[in-house]
Design a protein around this ligand. Structure first.
Ligand code: URA
Length: 232
């Protein structure tokens, strides 16, 4: 909040505005009334922060990806999530819908989340870049440089207990590493003090279904670790 209200009436109006923002944000994220049930007040700060990050991105033209994108894919899910999944960048379906992981790879990610006994609305899902790279090519360094500060601020606002980095690209970018995903997966790394489990990307699993087994091993470690940590 930039202008601190100094009267009770102004504070009340600000609270009403924050609550309205909360509802607008949750509705834009496709959350239902049941999912937006309490505790609402403690979540207002987080939501306001994510809302203000989204507002700052605006109709972004900071890199060339804006030229061909249909929608900015900001991220979606629980603003107070204990677990965040980070992918590479939107594909065609995500670009059309403006939401992360809604195509075939997204359906597989949903199954993985559900196998972990959670719902998509329990976690937060985002990507390294928020606009679709043409023909699903890898994001280029200047595109990552323009976009990554926003993901970093989203992670700071959500402050999850754990991050799952999906695929080589997300893992290498978040961890500043050049290691291959097959070497990184299966053990915890750290991003600003937050545990990170790199694992294979769901698109890779669609092409290599046998690797689902090792992803499940990684997700079991994530579940164990979450269980050990204090509830958020
Ligand atoms: N692949 C990604 O890395 N992210 C998405 O949102 C969809 C597919």
């Amino acid at each position: 909040m930039m202008n601190r209200p100094d009267t009770l009436a102004a504070m009340f109006l600000e609270l009403v505005r924050d609550i309205k923002e909360e509802f607008a944000y949750q509705s834009a994220m496709g959350m239902t009334e049941t999912e937006s049930e309490p505790p609402m007040l403690p979540r207002i700060n987080f939501t306001t922060t994510l809302t203000s990050i989204r507002a700052e991105i605006g109709d972004c033209r900071r890199c060339k990806l804006h030229l061909k994108r249909k929608n900015i894919v900001f991220g979606a899910g629980n603003v107070d999530a204990r677990l965040v999944f980070v992918g590479e960048g939107p594909g065609e379906d995500e670009d059309i819908e403006g939401l992360p992981f809604v195509g075939r790879a997204g359906q597989l990610l949903t199954k993985i989340i559900e196998a972990m006994d959670m719902k998509r609305s329990d976690v937060y899902i985002a990507n390294i870049v928020k606009c679709r790279p043409p023909n699903n090519r890898n994001p280029e360094p200047d595109e990552i440089d323009s976009c990554i500060p926003f993901l970093k601020r989203q992670l700071e606002a959500i402050s999850p207990l754990l991050i799952v980095a999906l695929g080589t690209f997300a893992a290498q970018t978040l961890l500043g590493s050049r290691e291959r995903i097959s070497q990184m997966r299966g053990r915890f790394h750290s991003y600003n003090g937050i545990k990170v489990m790199p694992t294979f990307h769901p698109s890779y699993l669609l092409r290599n279904p046998d690797e689902k087994r090792v992803v499940w091993e990684d997700m079991k470690m994530v579940m164990e670790e979450l269980k050990k940590m204090e509830p958020k």
